[in-house]
Design a protein around this ligand. Structure first.
Ligand SMILES: [Zn+2]
Length: 265
């Protein structure tokens, strides 16, 4: 399902992976100038805005696709190739880059390309955050205080203990909003003459995925996490009672339970 929203990102020209990093370069609209991207976040946005990002439809499954990328650098690279630049921070030439990557950044710039690099660990962290936020929003909706509280602590949205519910849920949602939309700014864009759409400003796939997850939860889409331990896929459940992403997982779990029982006897 496409949402009445779009996001902007930069198509990725090349993508590689090595030693905990996925890296590559994006294609600037303007060429013939040197790209040294080590500006403050605010100026970086202005700078990137001038380069011309591609406007893409914001599909409600973007966050599902993101949440379900396997823990594998090749899979992460495929995802970035398909959806575009993940986060503006990935353009920064920071001192954390290993030597090989720092050289790559310099070489790419000589060719008037804009390099990016993301640590697979920070990609995984973003995935976990998306999952946790989906669980949190659902818990608040279904007034499942225990679950909401647990996730809130994990996300460090609330500190200390809070027994009353839903009084503090308001604070959780406010904190969620602040955190999630930090990197996203909404603009209105005239796509075709007379066709106006909301645009998540060109700040990458991550804020777009957060927005798409918040939209899906607001639309009350039944979302669930597969109960098979080795799967844990986030999926759109056709009925709320569905506990597994597929019949395969359901059967595997049955087999597992059966074996466990046999062992216990
Ligand atoms: Zn599953």
């Amino acid at each position: 399902m496409d949402l009445p929203l779009a996001y902007a990102s930069f198509p990725v020209k090349t993508v590689n992976y090595a030693e905990g990093w996925v890296y590559g370069s994006i294609e600037p609209r303007r060429t013939g100038e040197s790209h040294t991207v080590d500006l403050s976040a605010y100026r970086l946005r202005d700078y990137v805005g001038g380069l011309g990002a591609k406007v893409l439809p914001l599909s409600s499954s973007l966050f599902l696709d993101l949440a379900n990328v396997a823990d594998d650098p090749q899979e992460i690279a495929f995802f970035i190739k398909e959806y575009g630049l993940f986060d503006l921070d990935n353009l920064r030439h920071n001192s954390d880059l290993p030597d090989g990557l720092r050289e790559y950044f310099e070489r790419r710039r000589e060719f008037r390309r804009i390099p990016f690099a993301i640590q697979t660990a920070s990609f995984k962290k973003a995935q976990q955050e998306i999952r946790a936020m989906v669980v949190l929003l659902r818990s608040v909706q279904t007034q499942d205080a225990a679950s909401a509280q647990e996730v809130s602590f994990d996300l460090k949205l609330v500190q200390g203990s809070a027994e009353a519910f839903p009084e503090w849920a308001e604070d959780v949602l406010a904190a969620f909003k602040q955190r999630s939309f930090r990197a996203a700014e909404l603009e209105v864009l005239e796509k075709e003459p007379g066709e106006v759409i909301a645009l998540v400003s060109p700040y990458g796939v991550r804020p777009a995925a957060i927005l798409s997850s918040a939209y899906a939860v607001a639309q009350n889409l039944p979302l669930a996490i597969c109960e098979r331990d080795d799967c844990r896929k986030l999926f759109h459940a056709s009925r709320l009672a569905r506990r597994f992403c597929s019949t395969r997982c359901q059967n595997l779990k049955k087999v597992h339970r059966h074996r466990k029982k046999q062992k216990e006897q």
